[in-house]
Design a protein around this ligand. Structure first.
Ligand code: ADP
Length: 699
């Protein structure tokens, strides 16, 4: 009796324990059907006992987990008394899925139980935390991997591709469109897409363009609010068209029919307030707003990589430019050294030969001519270098005056005719075309610079033409510009070189075996002058047929008499036997040179070896009729000496000797009070003619 009572007590306690346990305990038969529930209402799923009894437990298991649970059940069936733990999703009475952890135990052989015991508890809370943890972890991995990957990418195309594939992997069911930005055109170009699937070819076929050909402009009112570098949700309905992607409304509607659009998001790629590109994300299912920060951070990393790629590109360009310019400079130096050495060798070599007293007068004359020619070549080269440096330094002065354009052309023509005779280029005909009459051809411009440009172009034409013709001239374009041209039937220039030859140091043929000499500066100087004068210079050419060089200058017609522009001088005999000339010259040889020539006119020559001495002599000697003043002298230079002399002897003519290249120097001479100038090396006929002008005036 006592035992019976004890058993009842125990049974009651067990029942009460079972009913109050927080776990749900069910017993299944060998088919998995529920045959016992520990409480009236399942503690976890909250289904009533009678709703469960007789139903297989698998009915309330999530379809994706069902196979797993069946496997576990079968295993337990085969292995009595072994506990197996299983996590799965189970249906809750309120139609949600909850996470459950069940321990399955086969107690079929226990006659009190005779079934499979399933002890279950709700682990949804833990699962949710785990899931959150996993998302967090995945995001971290996504960002850190991207950061590493992007470090290794420097090519822009690779970066665009990376954005498209990576975002598509990260955001399932989304379409990604990556665009680059063109700063100067203010437009975007689609660079890469992903997620379009089969619709892509149909869509792009409709636009009749490849994706990378689709270019669309920034639309201020829309884009301004979009380019914040933040993820922005766009409502597709809000837009008349799909301006961000350059598709027409029709294309967009077509697209909408094919793909169920959930949302469109946009995020600009920007760095330091500069737009670098744009990414559009179209989702077909879920919102991606919960990944907003991750997407923003990812695209921020991308922007940094794009910016870096841009900087790297600039660096590489700068490096290449530096290398190119280095190469050019070396070529220039080699060339220059050749150009200087050739005439130098000529001068030194023939000077050496002249030392031999036994050479015939004929040979002596020939040697002197060679030295003379080589000296002129050197002077020209030095002039070029000085001119070029001045252009580079922005120190070219333009001295404009009124003059006859036709006379200027005539001078260039005459000087080349003479030179041709000397250089044996008589096979080449030189023609000149003037489009204005001699009366109406007066203009205001810088005649010296224009002459220099024309001389250079005609000189080049002769250099590169062995027979045929050279023609030069001008025409007036639209009454505002003069267009000069120099045309030749020479060797021509290869198309790919035409633009380059205007760059300094560039020659169409830069090989060491080239046939034609030159510094490669002439055209750079000419173009420099043309631009300073307000015009343009260009060339047209066909290899083997010839070239035409053009340049323009503003056309400013003037009325009035022509100012003298260095009229050519004729050989004439002079006799100034009753005159006295003071030569102020510190260089002994230059003095001897001038003295030698002046003596031939029977003039009386006296010498001052510096500026100060010249001033003294002028005040001591009242018979001096004219002074030839060198500019660069020790103690007192030519400008100062001239100014001092002119203070007391305003009427005494002073002719300065200046360096040929420096036009500004001539202007300075006039400012100091000089009456005229001759350029060094002195052209004796020109000097005679100038001296004569003053001596006869005075006398
Ligand atoms: P260079 O002193 O070397 O002649 P330029 O600047 O005057 O320098 O000319 C540069 C190059 O342009 C020349 O070396 C030559 O290759 C080409 N060139 C210039 N003018 C002509 C021309 N009339 N015909 C053919 N080539 C020319």
């Amino acid at each position: 009796m006592r035992d019976n009572n004890d058993n009842k007590l125990l049974e009651g306690r067990y029942r009460s324990l079972l009913q109050n346990s927080s776990d749900a305990i069910s017993v299944l038969d060998e088919h998995g059907r529920i045959i016992f529930e520990s409480s009236q209402k399942n503690r976890i799923t909250e289904f009533e006992k009678n709703e469960l009894i007789g139903h297989p437990i698998f009915e309330i298991v999530h379809p994706e987990d069902k196979d797993d649970v069946i496997d576990t059940f079968n295993y337990v069936m085969d292995n009595p008394n072994i506990e197996i733990k299983k996590e799965y999703r189970s249906l809750h009475k309120n139609k949600r899925w909850i996470y459950v952890e069940s321990i399955f135990l086969n107690k079929l052989d226990n006659k009190d139980i005779s079934g499979i015991v399933v002890n279950s508890r709700d682990i949804s809370e833990r699962k949710r935390a785990e899931l959150k943890e996993r998302v967090y972890h995945n995001n971290l991995i996504f960002l850190s991997n991207s950061a590493l990957d992007l470090l290794g990418l420097s090519d822009k195309d690779d970066i665009y591709k990376y954005i498209a594939t990576r975002l598509h992997e990260y955001l399932e069911n989304s379409i990604i469109i990556v665009c680059s930005y063109n700063e100067s055109k203010k437009s975007f170009t689609i660079e890469k897409t992903s997620g379009f699937g089969r619709i892509k070819s149909v869509l792009f076929a409709r636009t009749r363009k490849m994706e990378y050909e689709i270019e669309f402009p920034i639309i201020e009112e829309i884009n301004n609010e979009i380019f914040t570098g933040r993820l922005i949700t766009l409502n597709p309905g809000e837009f008349e068209e799909w301006p961000l992607l350059g598709f027409s409304l029709e294309d967009f509607n077509f697209f909408k029919e094919k793909v169920e659009i959930n949302k469109i998001y946009n995020i600009s790629l920007a760095r330091h307030n500069k737009i670098l590109g744009n990414v559009t994300i179209i989702t077909t299912h879920k919102s991606i707003i919960k990944f907003k920060h991750i997407i923003e951070t990812f695209l921020h990393q991308v922007s940094v990589a794009l910016h870096r790629s841009h900087l790297e590109g600039e660096l590489i360009n700068a490096k290449e430019r530096a290398e190119e310019s280095d190469k050019l400079k070396s070529a220039f130096l080699a060339n220059m050294s050749h150009e200087i050495r050739t005439p130098m060798n000529g001068i030194l070599g023939f000077a050496e030969l002249l030392k031999d007293e036994n050479i015939s007068p004929g040979n002596r004359k020939k040697y002197i001519e060679i030295i003379d020619n080589n000296g002129k070549m050197l002077i020209n080269l030095i002039d070029d270098i000085i001119d070029f440096s001045k252009i580079e330094a922005g120190q070219v002065k333009i001295i404009k005056k009124d003059f006859s354009l036709n006379s200027l052309l005539q001078q260039v023509h005459s000087s080349f005719l003479t030179e041709n005779l000397i250089n044996n280029k008589s096979k080449v005909k030189l023609r000149m075309r003037k489009s204005l009459s001699n009366d109406s051809c007066y203009i205001n411009s810088d005649p010296n610079r224009l002459r220099q440009i024309l001389t250079n172009l005609v000189g080049n034409a002769f250099k590169f033409t062995d027979d045929g013709y050279i023609e030069f001239g001008y025409r007036i374009v639209d009454s505002v510009m003069i267009e000069f041209y120099v045309k030749d039937s020479g060797i021509g220039i290869a198309q790919e070189k035409i633009d380059q030859i205007f760059n300094r140091f560039i020659q169409a043929d830069s090989s060491s075996t080239r046939k034609y000499g030159g510094s490669g500066l002439g055209l750079a100087i000419s173009r420099g002058f043309v631009e300073i004068l307000g015009g343009k210079m260009w060339a047209e050419s066909e290899e083997g047929k010839g070239s035409t060089f053009y340049f323009t200058a503003p056309y400013k017609p003037v009325k009035g008499a022509e100012e003298e522009i260095n009229k050519p001088t004729k050989k004439k005999q002079y006799n100034w036997n009753n005159k006295k000339i003071l030569i102020a010259e510190d260089d002994k040889f230059s003095f001897k040179f001038l003295e030698g020539f002046l003596r031939q006119t029977n003039v009386n020559v006296i010498h001052a070896e510096n500026g100060k001495r010249a001033v003294d002599l002028c005040s001591e000697d009242q018979e001096i009729d004219l002074v030839l003043m060198d500019i660069q002298m020790p103690e007192m230079n030519g400008y100062e000496a001239t100014a001092l002399i002119k203070q007391t002897k305003k009427e005494l003519p002073i002719i300065a000797q200046t360096a040929n290249a420096i036009i500004e120097e001539r202007e300075k001479c006039f400012e100091a009070g000089c009456d005229d100038f001759v350029t060094k090396p002195v052209n004796i006929q020109e000097l005679y003619s100038k001296i004569d002008k003053y001596l006869t005036k005075k006398g």
